[in-house]
Design a protein around this ligand. Sequence first.
Ligand code: GTP
Ligand code: MG
Length: 216
Amino acid sequence: MNIQKGKSEFLMGIDTIDQLTSWLNEHHFISGVAFIGRSNVGKSSLINSLFGKSTARVSKTPGRTRQINIFQFVVVNRETKTEETFYLFDVPGYGHADVSKEMSQNWQNLLDTFFRLCSEKVLLLNIQDARHPLQDPDLDFQDYIKVFDLETYVIFNKVDKLKTQSERSKLKNLMPDIYKSCKWVKQIHFASAEKGDGLPAVEQAIVTFVMRQIQT
Ligand SMILES: Nc1nc2c(ncn2[C@@H]2O[C@H](COP(=O)(O)OP(=O)(O)OP(=O)(O)O)[C@@H](O)[C@H]2O)c(=O)[nH]1
Ligand SMILES: [Mg+2]
């Protein structure tokens, strides 16, 4: 089973709590996947590589994504020739230093609403920069989401930027500690949205999760 590239569709961008609440209440029984991480770690790039080019806008300026963007995507089973539709959420980056208090409060409220209302049928993908893993905002985020009890996978993106074997082993050596201190993190992946490393495994992890939700 695979994600059908190019069949993903942008549905809407949501930036108010009222809008988000009604959307999630109407769709709470449907499975999906949410991408979240610091600004500029490559969330939109990963989405484009996994779901088809130009699904999400890739910006060169950090912090451009200022709303929760909702897409739908299709998983196709080539043997049975069946298709299933799921939701994809591109959530704005956390940990901006350069926004006003008011803006970051709004954003926090939007996030709270999202995690409170999105069901356990939603898989959380926490994207981090392979060169700068476990930054303070990443640790704060892990601390924040633990109460929501959502299945979470961490994806270290931009592994193509790790040039030496020792940089790569240093990153891999963080795995036992992450599993130990973050029990809700069930998988850790290493990927490059740009070069394609690790993407088939991430795709299969997403497909396995969402298909499991409709079978239960
Ligand atoms: N070398 C390398 N660059 C990458 C990779 N993934 C993304 N980039 C680059 O990193 C920059 C940020 O990528 P985005 O996908 O816009 O990041 P984002 O996390 O969506 O950022 P926000 O929307 O601001 O939160 C772009 O210049 C990308 O081309 C990767 O795997 N390797
Ligand atoms: Mg983005």
